[in-house]
Every structure is written in C-alpha cells, then in structure tokens.
Design a protein around this ligand. Sequence first.
Ligand SMILES: Cc1cc2nc3c(=O)[nH]c(=O)nc-3n(C[C@H](O)[C@H](O)[C@H](O)COP(=O)(O)O)c2cc1C
Length: 320
Amino acid sequence: MTIEFPVVLAPLAGYSDLAYRLLCRRHGAAYCSTEMMLDKLLLVDGRLRRRLVQLDDRDHPLAGQLIGGAPETMAAAARIVCQMGFDVVDVNFACPARKALARQRGGYLMSRPEQAVAILRAVLAAGAGPAPKPVTVKLRQKFRNADDDSAFWRIAEAALEAGAAAVCIHARSVEMKYTGRADWAFIAEVKRRFPQATIIGSGDVLHPADALEMLERTGVDAVAAARGVLGNPWFFRQVADLAAGREPYQPRLDEQRELLAWHFDHARRTHGPRAAKIMRKFGIKYARMHPAPTKVRAAFVNVSCSDHWQAVLEEFYGGG
Ligand SMILES: Cc1cc2nc3c(=O)[nH]c(=O)nc-3n(C[C@H](O)[C@H](O)[C@H](O)COP(=O)(O)O)c2cc1C
C-alpha cells in the first residue's frame, strides 16, 4: 500500500470517527485510523459494534485499531475487522488510560512484552489467508520512565520478523501519558535500527511545521498527527503548503462555518440524539481556529441541540 503524503491521521479516541476522518481526507489526509476499538465489542454483532464501526467508500485506506489483552479475542476481532472492509489492522500497545492498564490491555502490554508478541502473532495469523491485510502495531517507548527500552525492541523486532507491515512509535513512556516531551532521538534510532521497515513517528506533532521537522530529523517514513489535528482538519493541507514553500492555508470564517455545519449535520445523521453532546467537544476544539477562541469556546461548551449549534455559528461565524 502506498500512501501519497507521509502525514497521516493518528487514532484519536472520541475524535477520529467517520465524520472527522472524512473532513481530514477532504483536506489532504491520505491515510486515517479509527479510534481504538475494544476487541470484545467487535465480537458481538450489536448496537455497540454498529456504533464503533463506521465505514464509507470515501474513507480508504483505513486502519481499524484494536485494543485487547488476549491473543484469542484479538485474533477473532482482527478477522472481523478484515471481513468488514478495513484495509489495515492496527494493534494498540500504547494506551495509557487507567482503565486500559487495570484491564491489562493497551499500554500495559509494554510491561509484558512476551504477551504482546503472542497477541501480535495471533493477529498476524488471523490476517493471513488468500487476501491478507497488513497488520501494524502502535508502541510506546517503554512502560515506566525508569525502564530501559528492551521491551520496545523485543516487541518491534518480533513484530517485523513475523510480518508486521509497520511500527508506529509514540516516543513517550506509558507512565508519561501525554506530558513531557516525546523523545524524537529515540524515533530516529528506531528508523536507524530498522532501515528497511516502515516506521511511523508520533509525539508532539502539534503544529504543521512539526510534521516536516519530524520527517527530517528522524528519517521516519510517515508521521501520525494527533493533537495538532484536533479542531484543525486543515492541518494536512497546511503541512503540504509548507512542504511546497507556501504560506500555510488559513481557512476563512465562512469556510470554517461551512465545515462546522456539515460536521454537525453528519453527526446528527449517524449519532441521532447523542450528536449535540458529541459535537460539543469538537466545537471546543474548533474554537481555536477562530479569532476570538475564548468566547467561541465558552459558547460551544453550552451547546445542547442542533438549533443551539446553529445559533453559535450565526453569532460567531458570520451568519450564512
Ligand atoms: C484525545 C486523544 C485520544 C487518543 N486516542 C488514541 C487511540 O485511540 N489509539 C492510539 O493508538 N492512540 C491514541 N492517542 C494517541 C495519539 O494517537 C498520539 O500517539 C499521541 O497523542 C502523541 O501525538 P501528539 O503529541 O502529536 O498528540 C490519543 C491521543 C489523544 C490526545
């Protein structure tokens, strides 16, 4: 699989849903990932699975990210993800949330490298067959700050040896969660050690210029942008502008309004009455693109229905 532009949308729980992925693609994201999907929820064909899995012809190539703690359930979920039409299966060994750690999944696996390898092998075996789908893995640098990097190398080496298509490295410990600085020197070392493999870098790509800087400083094949894209789906276009030596694109207020209206409309169609609550958190993120971010943020915080969203657009984004 070839990705045209090496800056892609990272998995973002609560944010990288179908509507947001489509918006990012509209502005240049050539590859996107779903948020993490709990393996066990995919095994039952019900309401929760329908809520998690949102596929659309315009949303490819797409990675479906899985989180879980047991090889059997992860393999079964991988099989379902492949059958449903995802293009790539991504395995999450990076999530630092307390619940994930308590349930022995996500970032917890950075402290149990042999269990992580067993999960990966099972997922890779599940993806094999007449039309195998690529399997990728998302890792943190280590579990605790005081740990050495040996678990990372054990899992990454085993993954690539067993046929993983790419390794994505978020260069923080699990213990750090999202604080402190990501260790880009470590990302560069990963690429140096695995020059033939596809390595995706993650961590502190907060502004469009950071994406180009990470590519240049670390030599990775691609960069996964996360917090920098929250509220700014124009991010990818802005990186392309910088790469071409142009000023980064700044959306006018009427363009922001059009996008925000489309997003709410789409959310209402897919989420029904839950849309207002879901869109509130997006609105809070979108506010940062507005010239009066504090006021707009405060207005979005109180949105409780579609009319209310519309009123905020009218008040702050110039009618329409
Ligand atoms: C709100 C939020 C949700 C996230 N959800 C996921 C997730 O579901 N799966 C995952 O692998 N990483 C997830 N991440 C981590 C990001 O993909 C990324 O690796 C991390 O934020 C570092 O990149 P950044 O410093 O550029 O934001 C999430 C991050 C944030 C801020």
